[in-house]
Design a protein around this ligand. Structure first.
Ligand code: BTN
Length: 255
């Protein structure tokens, strides 16, 4: 940092603990529309309409998971905001390692994994009304224990919980605080210096580099080897003969 650069003030979290809600992200979005400043955390015991990426739902029964959404207002241009999901995933992986004692891995763009299975995910929503700076709602879902009836069939073989993966399982309060502390640090790094210095950290937590994947983007399937991510957080896919593609959307299908 040069002497003229100013450190961004660290964010202070204001946590609101709720019982059963529809979706913590929907509540945070509503508050953003009303002009709520950044730092709000909506955390719920359970969700009746938990939302996941790609229009999926997120199973959110009471007692089995941690469900919370943070309201951020990053002072950055809109085209730099999507990469925030990778910043947040990195923070959660680091926080999980700290609290659970097991190395967490990242699957692009923002799945958090223990071993080969997903233990948590992140959902970004954007809201541009209500205040000068647009809001980004970052919703976090983390599986603490596997529910007695298991996970929905289509995900069961690819999903785990901290307990099932053999993690130390502290009180959810303690996990939440560890994750929010880590998020505060990584968010501050991102605001001050962008994604560039975090990219290597993200890659060192990735379990996909060097592996072959296929993608379904629009109707065009794309297959290749993941070489890493670029400074905008796009996945770099090597489709052979020196052809590198930047992928900025979609979901990895392992081949
Ligand atoms: C994913 O599909 O991987 C993202 C899942 C995000 C789920 C969390 S739970 C808390 C917050 N509220 C929601 O409705 N979704 C997110």
């Amino acid at each position: 940092m040069t002497p003229t650069e100013i450190r961004a003030p660290a964010i202070s979290w204001r946590i609101e603990n709720l019982g059963e809600v529809s979706s913590t992200s929907d509540i945070a979005l509503e508050r953003a529309r009303l002009g709520e400043p950044e730092g709000l955390v909506i955390r719920a015991e359970s969700q009746t309409k938990g939302r996941g990426r790609l229009g999926r739902s997120w199973l959110s029964p009471p007692g089995y998971g941690l469900y919370f959404s943070t309201l951020l207002r990053p002072p950055l241009p809109g085209d730099q905001l999507a990469v925030l999901s990778l910043v947040c995933a990195l923070a959660i992986a680091e926080g999980l390692e700290e609290t659970g004692g097991i190395p967490a891995r990242l699957k692009w763009p923002n799945d958090i994994r223990l071993g080969e299975k997903k233990v948590g995910g992140i959902l970004l929503d954007f809201e541009s009304s209500g205040a000068a700076k647009p809001a980004v709602i970052v919703g976090f879902g983390l599986n603490l224990k596997s529910p007695p009836d298991g996970y929905p069939d289509e995900f069961a073989s690819r999903t785990t919980s901290m307990e099932a993966a053999g993690c130390r399982l502290p009180q959810s309060e303690e996990i939440l605080h560890t994750l929010l502390n880590r998020l505060r640090l990584r968010y501050q790094d991102f605001i001050e210096s962008g994604f560039k210095p975090l990219r290597e950290r993200w890659e060192s937590h990735s379990d996909g580099i060097g592996r072959r994947f296929s993608f379904s983007i629009a109707d065009a399937p794309l297959e290749g080897i993941m070489r890493g991510i670029d400074e905008a957080g796009r996945l770099i896919l090597d489709t052979g003969e020196g052809n590198l593609h930047s992928v900025d959307t979609g979901e990895i299908i392992e081949s």
